[in-house]
Design a protein around this ligand. Structure first.
Ligand SMILES: [Zn+2]
Length: 127
């Protein structure tokens, strides 16, 4: 995770999507992430440090109870596959989980949210 890299937190799910640039995060076996020919030792050390930092930050997030999904820059080209992967990772939307929600609405309205929460508690599920 670097400044400028999109990190998308979904707090209610305790899940995050980390979008990594293939070059800066040294994506393995990726055509975008070639080590520059000039100053290659510098770049290799830089990429190793970046990967180490990625692993440390993801470890901290997981220790705090968050799940992380890394999406690589090169994976953004296949939108259909990406959409399937993200849907699978994030699970059903709040609207899809709520029977009180009007069809086509992405968020419960008015007092629906608290009714939704109390129904979940009755069912013994954590929010
Ligand atoms: Zn890549």
């Amino acid at each position: 995770m670097f400044r400028g890299d999109p990190t998308l937190p979904f707090r209610d799910r305790r899940k995050a999507i980390l979008v990594h640039g293939c070059f800066w995060h040294a994506h393995e076996n990726c055509s975008i992430s070639r080590v520059p020919k000039t100053r290659s030792e510098f770049w290799q050390a830089k990429f190793a440090a970046n990967r180490e930092r990625d692993a440390r930050l993801e470890g901290l997030a997981r220790e705090a109870g968050w799940k992380c999904l890394v999406v690589w820059e090169c994976e953004l080209a296949d939108e259909k596959r990406l959409a399937t992967e993200l849907r699978s990772y994030l699970g059903p939307t709040r609207a899809g989980r709520s029977a009180n929600c009007k069809q086509g609405s992405s968020r419960p309205e008015g007092n629906t949210k608290s009714k939704y929460k109390s129904r979940l508690r009755r069912n013994g599920r954590r929010l």
